[in-house]
Write a protein that binds this ligand. Structure first.
Ligand SMILES: Nc1ncnc2c1ncn2[C@@H]1O[C@H](COP(=O)(O)OP(=O)(O)OP(=O)(O)O)[C@@H](O)[C@H]1O
Ligand SMILES: [Mg+2]
Length: 237
């Protein structure tokens, strides 16, 4: 278990409402959590429970209506737009269900977009890490879904983020490929000490985590710590 005390992010009492008046949707209603360095954290909840909304706030893609998000001693909610962009670019890496690769760009170019422009090596290293060092010049449409997701993980890794935020990373993949991606994310935690957050509605995936946060209707329903973590190969759903 990673150091209990070393939190890289602490969120307190987050509220987020979409729309206003009668059509307003309270997506988050007072969410508090912490993310610890080197942990695999799974955020579990059914559709509409507020998982993506929460992840977007933690990643600086959107702002809460109320509440605090402390990262590296900085209050995220107090940052100006330009500083927030910098936080998104430098501190967090995102992996989405739908890969979000640019079809017109090669694998290398997709990953290089987020890496330090001077660091050609960072791009290649990140692609080697996910086992795609031999597909640098392929295009997204020439890759399988699992390979495309690996490229998107490499794109997130290339900038050496402190925090990797993954929103349903296996959602668009078949069962076996999804498991391979989970194994990949787990490996980043085990071997490279990365801090990874996985949002999912698949309860079994929680068994891989150091901690599981369960969400329901915009609130945190409970948090569990796993004494023993299972590997991606061991879990089934
Ligand atoms: N941009 C938006 N405008 C209006 N309502 C939104 C918006 N984004 C999310 N919502 C609503 O906020 C609530 C929480 O949505 P959110 O996407 O965070 O859920 P989720 O847990 O990620 O669900 P899923 O598992 O389906 O991805 C839902 O009721 C959703 O309809
Ligand atoms: Mg979602």
């Amino acid at each position: 278990m990673p150091d209990q005390k070393h939190c890289i992010l602490t969120a307190q009492n987050l509220y987020k409402t979409y729309g206003s008046g009668e059509s307003a949707i309270q997506a988050l209603r007072g969410v508090s959590l912490e993310i610890r360095e080197g942990e695999l954290l799974v955020i579990l909840g059914s559709s509409g429970s507020g998982k993506s909304t929460l992840l977007n706030l933690l990643g600086g893609m959107d702002r809460p209506d109320r509440g605090s998000i402390m990262v590296n001693g900085q209050e995220l909610t107090a940052l100006r737009e330009r500083e927030l962009t910098r936080y998104r670019r430098e501190t967090v890496g995102f992996v989405f269900q739908s890969f979000n690769l640019i079809a017109e760009l090669s694998v290398r170019e997709n990953v290089a977009m987020t890496a330090d422009p001077s660091a050609r090596r960072a791009t290649e290293e990140a692609l080697e890490t996910v086992g795609l060092g031999h597909r640098l010049d392929s295009y997204p449409t020439q890759l399988s879904g699992g390979e495309q997701q690996r490229v998107s993980i490499a794109r997130a890794l290339a900038k050496h983020p402190r925090l990797l935020l993954c929103d349903e990373p296996t959602g668009a993949l078949d069962y076996e490929t999804g498991k391979q991606i989970l194994a990949e994310l787990d490996r980043l935690v085990r071997e490279q000490g990365k801090t990874v957050v996985i949002v999912t509605h698949t309860r079994e995936i929680g068994k891989m985590a150091h901690r599981v946060i369960r969400m329901r209707s915009g609130r945190i329903e409970g948090t569990e710590t796993n004494a023993i973590r299972q590997t991606a190969a061991e879990i089934e759903w």
